[in-house]
Ligand binder design. Structure first.
Ligand code: ADP
Length: 471
């Protein structure tokens, strides 16, 4: 590992996640153990104090029934027990009449106890050992004859248990801290795996490997969603690039034919003897071919402008029915020549806020196709009406129809159906229709059945009548 990567480890998300997990885990364990220790300490102390009280009551009954001898006998027997009690009998002036000092009372100063003024009604006397850290807790009661009985207990046994607990606690907390660190590292590595995969994928895309995908973690969490969306975005970009590439290939391919024809015409004219008529014919052909190329390039530019939103739209409030009439008029001669009947059926007052020339281009393209792909004797029907939200135009024909395989492709740039190759066309009409309609906030649809006919439907946002009055 390089010095740079070592220096950057503290800045990494994995390191910070591990650290957070480790700190939170260790702190929670410490708090939990601290609380358990406090609870254990106070329970043991409470237990000791209860024991002292019970013993005090026992010895006071013993004194009342059997006198000092019985106390002496029982108190001496205490010394053999594991955690023996101190028993002291004193006069009303606090002079010791009897005391047993068990072995665990080392460092206990009897004088100190004798100096305490017992009239203060103190419930519990706490004394410190002179030689070690042991404390002694002593309870006092006054007997019927005025003497004083005291029972005490050292905290040695309690400390032994607490010490044992502290030892176990140290080992467990150490193990837990190790576990916290290990667990933190494991979870951080696991949680950040999708992000690492994402980085690797982006890196491989940057280095030119298109088509790379991030493996989905399938955990159902936010990262899962992010990876899924990221993959979707990659697929979209990929399909856009493929589309652009194939469009470029198609354009290059479609331009080659007219360019080759143009060159051939010019070449033939150059080789022919100086016949002025042949030159003229060749030039006419050349102009036609150049027009075809220009038309194609202009339409391609229009489509891309409309698609990218840079097309300049000269928006006006227009009567849709009027625009349809004007466009139909341009095609009446063509239809008549082919013996095709054009019918129109539009509702009144269909107002739109559109660029009239562009919308005429849309209707013209649909009408042109309908006439082009309908055999002689057929019929074309235009229907415009107000839909639920949009103004709708349907262009129906009784033509050759479109096969289900071709149907999704007809809106693509430069696509031409196999059966359409005999007809004039560039394969750009419908792409332009779709781009212009979408640039106006509308959408396109098509229904078609081979040998029966097609219906092209366009939806355009209607213009609000109330705003119309303000114009
Ligand atoms: P072009 O008509 O120049 O070939 P278009 O983009 O206008 O290009 O149409 C693309 C293809 O969709 C056509 O080649 C044809 O196969 C099909 N098509 C379009 N309109 C119709 C129609 N009214 N009837 C049958 N086929 C159609």
């Amino acid at each position: 590992m390089s010095l740079w990567s070592l220096k950057n480890i503290p800045k990494t998300l994995s390191f910070r996640l591990t650290l957070w997990y480790f700190v939170i885990f260790s702190l929670s364990s410490l708090v939990l153990f601290g609380l358990t220790y406090i609870f254990l300490y106070s329970s043991l102390r409470e237990y000791d104090r209860n024991m002292i009280q019970t013993k005090l009551e026992e010895f006071s009954i013993l004194y009342e029934t059997g006198g000092i001898e019985d106390i002496e006998k029982d108190a001496t027997a205490e010394a053999d027990k594991k955690d023996p009690f101190l028993v002291r009998l004193a006069s009303d002036k606090n002079e010791t009449l009897f005391v047993n000092l068990p072995p665990n009372f080392s460092g206990f100063d009897l004088n100190e106890l004798e100096k305490i003024d017992l009239s203060n009604d103190e419930k519990l006397i706490i004394l410190q050992s002179k030689t070690n850290k042991t404390t002694f807790e002593i309870a006092t009661t006054e007997l019927l004859d005025g003497n004083i009985l005291q029972v005490g207990k050292s905290n040695m046994e309690r400390e032994r248990i607490l010490n044992h607990f502290r030892e176990i606690f140290t080992i467990v907390i150490f193990a837990l801290i190790m576990l916290g660190f290990g667990g933190g590292t494991f979870f951080a590595i696991r949680a950040l795996r999708p992000i690492r995969n994402l980085t690797q994928t982006v890196q491989s895309i940057v280095t030119g490997k298109m088509g790379a995908h991030v493996p989905i973690p399938r955990t159902g969490d936010e990262l899962d969603e992010l990876v899924r969306l990221f993959n979707e975005m990659l697929e979209k970009i990929e399909s856009l690039i493929t589309g652009m590439k194939s469009s470029l290939d198609n354009v290059a391919h479609d331009l080659r034919t007219p360019m080759a024809r143009l060159r051939a015409e010019a070449e033939i004219a150059l080789q022919s003897c100086e016949d002025i008529n042949l030159y003229k014919e060749a030039l006419i052909e050349c102009v036609e071919e150049s027009d075809q190329i220009l038309r194609m390039l202009n339409t391609l530019m229009d489509i891309s402008e409309a698609e990218t939103g840079t097309m300049k739209l000269d928006l006006k409030v227009v009567d849709f029915s009027k625009i349809i009439d004007e466009t139909i008029e341009l095609y009446l001669y063509l239809a008549e020549e082919k013996n095709i009947k054009i019918e129109k059926n539009t509702t009144e007052n269909l107002f739109l806020m559109v660029d009239p020339n562009r919308i005429k281009q849309v209707i013209a393209n649909l009408l042109d196709n309908a006439i082009k792909y309908t055999p002689s004797g057929g019929m074309v029907h235009l229907k415009a009406y107000m839909g639920e939200e949009n103004v709708i135009l349907e262009v129906m024909d009784t033509g050759i129809g479109i096969s289900p395989e071709d149907l999704p492709k007809i809106w693509d740039r430069l696509f031409r159906g196999d059966k359409s190759r005999a007809q004039r066309g560039l394969g750009l009409g419908l792409s332009l229709v779709k781009a212009i309609v979408e640039a106006h906030g509308g959408r396109t649809e098509v229904k078609s059945e081979p040998h029966k006919g097609s219906t092209f439907i366009i939806h355009l946002p209607s213009y609000n009548r109330t705003s119309l009055h303000n114009i």
